[in-house]
Design a protein around this ligand. Structure first.
Ligand code: C5P
Length: 232
């Protein structure tokens, strides 16, 4: 099932059963779902298949980073499972990203391919320690430009970065944004949060939302409240 919703619900669960339990409480016509490393390490392709079977489009958030040929193969394998979106690390470089995009194109696979620029867990001091002397903000811009020039459909970015990246990369370049907290939700462990409406106004094209929906007593009621905040 294809949806026009910008909402991607993060299924951050340690077991396939728990993830599918939550998926069964969500409506695939009103959101997509994200499968990350922990769930995939446990559930493998079977979890993706089970979510597809329930009608969900899946963002496979495995952040591939390796030599070009290996990443191209991994992206192809993900795309052949029919996932809607997959991602790589932009710091893997131009040749790695181009190889991944070329592989999708040569196989006529339409999976969206996006890049992580700088992990939001990295401070300027962390970057300096791995040899990056520019600020995190400058490095994000550099990697976003490189991702676009290397054929990526977009980037994962914080809502704080969306406006600047919209100026640099345009409206059509996807900006997939976690760290979102609706006005009704608690902040959990997220630091620099924006509401869904603020993030969309800043230029984010898709919002990754986990606990405000998955920990709610009524996940679809929480989703409806977010849709209302967005005027959907
Ligand atoms: O529960 P919550 O809404 O905080 O979940 C956000 C999701 O987005 C999680 O899957 C988390 O790993 C992911 N994420 C994030 N911050 C980033 C990148 C990814 O919260 N910078």
């Amino acid at each position: 099932m294809s949806t026009a919703s910008p909402l991607i619900i993060a299924l951050d669960y340690p077991s396939m059963d728990a993830a599918l339990c939550m998926a069964d409480r969500l409506d695939p016509s009103r959101c997509r779902v994200k499968v990350g490393k922990e769930l995939f390490a446990r559930g493998g392709p079977e979890i993706v298949e089970a979510l597809h079977g329930r009608g969900f489009e899946v963002f496979l958030d495995l952040k591939f980073h390796d030599i070009p040929n290996t990443v191209a193969g991994a992206v192809q394998a993900a795309a052949e499972q029919g996932v809607w979106m997959v991602n790589v690390h932009a710091s893997g470089g131009r040749r790695m990203m181009e190889a991944a995009r070329e592989r999708l194109d040569s196989q006529r696979l339409e999976t969206r391919l996006i890049a992580v620029t700088v992990l939001t867990s990295m401070s300027d001091a962390d970057l300096a320690e791995v040899g990056v002397s520019s600020s995190a903000a400058d490095h994000v811009e550099r990697l976003a430009r490189l991702a676009q020039a290397s054929g990526m459909h977009g980037v994962v970015c914080s809502a704080q970065e969306s406006a600047r990246l919209r100026d640099i990369c345009g409206d059509d370049f996807l900006k997939v944004t976690p760290g979102i907290r609706p006005s009704f939700a608690s902040t959990d462990d997220q630091q620099r949060i924006l509401t869904p409406a603020e993030a969309m106004q800043a230029g984010s094209t898709h919002l990754v939302i986990g606990r405000p929906v998955t920990q709610a007593d009524e996940p679809m009621a929480a989703l409806s409240a977010i849709e209302n905040e967005l005027g959907l």
